[in-house]
Design a protein around this ligand. Structure first.
Ligand code: 4AD
Ligand code: MG
Length: 427
C-alpha cells in the first residue's frame, strides 16, 4: 500500500482508496466500541476511526498521544470529520510508543515556551514555521529578481555597529571579540565589488529589555546598494514588504486561514506607504498626549500609538542625528537631521531601519569621534571612503518582527523555533 501524505488526502487525492499514512498520534478519544484518533504528519491532521472488531484494536488501546505509528485504512469523505475526510483504520503499527506527553490542554504560554522542543509539534507552530519558510523564500526571490547578490557576512566581529550597550562580547582565543549586531559594515565593503548585495543572517543584541519585540538572537534581512539614497531604500522596503505580504496571501492562504489571519488584508498591502518626518510624527504624538521633547527617541509605546493611527505600515524619516547611528548621512541643508527612516507597523512598531550612509572620509571620522568611537578601530571601514567612495544606502529588517506583524503574533518569540531572550536559552 502506498505511503501518502495527509495533506494530499485532505485535498481529495485519495478518496475511497486504501492508503498508509505515517506520523504521530495528535489526539485520542475513546468510545465504547470505537476509538477516534487524530493522526498528524508534516502536512496535516486527519481523523481515523478504529472499531472494536478491527484487527487494529489491540495496538489502538496501547497507543498514546505523540506515539509515532503507521496506519492504514480506507479514505472516506465525511462532512462531520475535521477537514472533511476520515480514515477507517484497518491496521495500526506503533513505531515509538510515547511516554505521557507533558503538553495537554490549557497550558500557559510560559510553560509551552519551556518545552518548545515539544511544542514545535503543535499545529500552530507547524503553520508558523511553514509561513516563515515561505516568507524567507519570497525575500530571496524578491532580491534575486532585482539583481541583488546574496553574500555571507561574518558573525565574529571586532567593533560595534549599533552602539556598545547591546554588544555580546566573547573570548576568541586570547582576544576579545563580539557577536555581530548587523552585517551592515561588511555589506558596505561588498558593494564596492558587487554594487547591490543582501544577506539573511543572524544578528545578536544583548537586549536587557523584556518586550514583545526583542530577542537576543534574531534573523536580519539586510540589503546594501551603491549609488543609492534614502528614497531608494524606502521604495525598496515598501516593495519588499508588499511583495512578501501579497505572496503569502496567495501561497499560504490555507495556513493563514487556519491561524485566523486575514489573508485579504495582507493581499491589500501595496506601495506607496505614507512618509512622515520625525518632527511631524512628534506633533501627532503630542496631540495624543505623549510628553516627548524634540530630539528624544520614540520607544515602543510611541511607535505603537503612532502606527495605530495609520493602521498600516508607515515610514518615519529625518530623525535628529544624535538618536541615529554614527554612519548615518545628514541632510546638506539641515545637518541636524539624519537621512534615516524607520518603517513602523501596528502592534509592533519598528520593523526596519535604513538610510543613506556617510560617504565622506573626514565627515565619517568626525562622526565617529562624536559617538565616542576610535576611528583607528574602524580603519578598514574608513578605507571604503578612501578608495573610490560612492553615495550608498541600505536597511535592516527583523524577520521575526515582520512575521509577528503579518500573523498578529503576541510576541516575536513565536516567530522563531528556538527563541533566545534575556531569560530564555533552553531548550
Ligand atoms: O534598527 P537596527 O538596529 O538597524 C541596524 O542594525 C542597521 N545596521 C541595519 C542596516 O541598515 N543594515 O536593526 C534593524 C532591524 C530593526 O528594525 C528590527 O526589525 C530588528 O532589526 N531588530 C530586532 N529584532 C528582534 N530583536 C531585537 N533585539 C532586534 N533589534 C533589532
Ligand atoms: Mg532601528
Amino acid at each position: 500500500m502506498p505511503i501518502v501524505q495527509i495533506g494530499d488526502i485532505l485535498e481529495g487525492k485519495h478518496t475511497d482508496k486504501d492508503v498508509t499514512i505515517r506520523g504521530w498520534v495528535y489526539r485520542k478519544r475513546e468510545g465504547k466500541d470505537m476509538v477516534f484518533t487524530l493522526m498528524r504528519d508534516a502536512t496535516g491532521v486527519i481523523q481515523c476511526t478504529i472499531k472494536r472488531d478491527s484487527p487494529a484494536w489491540e495496538e489502538t488501546e496501547k497507543v498514546t498521544i505523540e506515539s509515532s505509528a503507521t496506519l492504514n485504512g480506507s479514505v472516506k469523505e465525511d462532512k462531520r470529520a475535521p477537514g472533511g475526510y476520515e480514515i477507517a483504520c484497518k491496521e495500526l503499527n506503533i513505531i515509538g510508543l510515547a511516554e505521557t506527553f507533558p503538553i495537554s490542554k490549557d497550558q500557559s504560554e510560559d510553560f509551552l515556551r519551556d518545552v518548545r522542543h515539544l511544542w514545535l509539534r503543535s499545529r500552530r507552530m507547524n503553520l508558523i514555521m511553514r509561513i516563515r519558510d515561505e516568507t524567507l523564500w519570497s525575500v530571496h526571490e524578491f532580491f534575486r529578481a532585482k539583481g541583488y547578490v546574496e553574500v555571507s557576512p561574518p558573525m565574529f566581529i571586532s567593533g560595534a555597529v549599533e552602539g556598545g550597550s547591546t554588544l555580546f562580547s566573547l573570548k576568541y582565543f586570547d582576544q576579545n571579540l563580539y557577536l555581530t549586531q548587523s552585517a551592515q559594515l561588511y555589506l558596505e565593503a561588498l558593494i564596492y565589488s558587487l554594487e547591490k548585495v543582501y544577506c539573511v543572517a543572524p544578528s545578536f543584541r544583548a537586549e536587557k529589555s523584556r518586550t514583545i519585540r526583542h530577542l537576543t538572537e534574531y534573523w536580519h534581512i539586510e540589503p546594501e546598494q551603491a549609488f543609492a539614497d534614502l528614497d531608494d531604500m524606502m521604495r525598496l522596503e515598501e516593495n519588499l514588504v508588499s511583495y512578501v505580504c501579497q505572496k503569502m496571501a496567495k501561497k499560504c492562504k490555507k495556513e493563514l486561514d487556519e491561524l485566523s489571519v486575514n489573508a485579504e488584508a495582507l493581499a491589500g498591502t501595496e506601495p506607496p506607504f505614507p512618509r512622515v518626518t520625525y518632527t511631524e510624527a512628534l506633533d501627532v504624538l503630542h496631540k495624543k498626549g505623549f510628553k516627548l521633547e524634540w530630539g528624544q527617541d520614540f520607544g515602543f509605546n510611541e511607535e505603537k500609538a503612532f502606527a495605530q493611527e495609520y493602521g498600516k505600515p508607515v515610514f518615519v524619516y529625518a530623525y535628529p542625528k544624535q538618536i541615529k547611528a554614527f554612519y548615518c548621512k545628514t541632510y546638506r541643508e539641515k545637518p541636524e537631521l539624519a537621512m534615516s527612516a524607520d518603517l513602523l507597523v501596528p502592534g509592533i512598531g519598528e520593523i526596519t531601519t535604513g538610510g543613506s550612509r556617510v560617504d565622506d572620509k573626514d565627515e565619517l571620522i568626525q562622526r565617529m569621534k562624536e559617538f565616542g568611537l576610535r576611528p583607528e578601530d574602524y580603519d578598514w571601514y574608513v578605507d571604503l571612503r578612501r578608495y573610490g567612495t560612492v553615495p550608498h544606502a541600505g536597511f535592516g529588517m527583523g524577520v521575526e518582527r515582520l512575521l509577528a506583524w503579518m500573523l498578529n503574533l503576541e510576541n516575536v518569540i513565536d516567530a522563531i523555533p528556538f527563541p533566545r531572550t534575556i531569560r530564555r536559552f533552553y531548550p
